[in-house]
Write a protein that binds this ligand. Sequence first.
Ligand SMILES: [Zn+2]
Ligand SMILES: [Zn+2]
Length: 246
Amino acid sequence: MALDAPLVAVLVSAFAMTAIVGVRYLLTSGLFAWITARVRPGHYKGLDRQIRGEIAWSLASAAIYGIPSGVVAWGWREHGWTRIYTDVHDRPLWWLPVSVLVYLLLHDTWFYWTHRWMHRPRVFRIAHAVHHASRPPTAWAAMSFHPVEALTGAVVIPALVLLVPIHVGALGVVLTIMTVMGITNHMGWEMFPRALVHSPLGRWLITASHHQRHHESYRCNYGLYFRHWDHLCGTDAGLSQAFSRP
Ligand SMILES: [Zn+2]
Ligand SMILES: [Zn+2]
């Protein structure tokens, strides 16, 4: 039986997006692993086996991320499904930076609550133990998720582009921040200057020093980009001591 043309087009789009997400992961995690080897030689010593696992889980996650985004990308091209726009003058210019912030805040909120849910003991064993099997995490752990956890992450951006208007360039900024922070928060050292991390602004932003503490202590520091949910809900345990410099 021959597949009909729209179905083939959806499958091709999903496959292409999976390949893009997978290659993006390998290149960006590879880049930060390479930088880590330069600035912190021997930092991942003895972790080869763990890293192979992180890469395998991450590539499986790439398919789970690629499928919904491929379907939505096809719907955007063929049927104008999404609220993505390409002419900056379609909306006020102030919406460009504000839309980036709105996307990050909504993603962060979704992440905080689904992440807390995944720390319930029964759910943890099924959905989230894979991510915490990285002890300590490395730059390759950015997408090291069980398929259930990957699914909770994979639906966010495809759902948001259906609902909240965003310029294609601003969406690129959101995806870049998502990719870079996902990697650097796991790479085992702090790349941001101490003056920022320990500043009043740093009290509201999540970098490696904060997420590392989550991987050390588990039941705290659940946020993704911002610390306001952790502060509001009493789950903020501060920064990892392992990163504090003399
Ligand atoms: Zn993590
Ligand atoms: Zn966790």
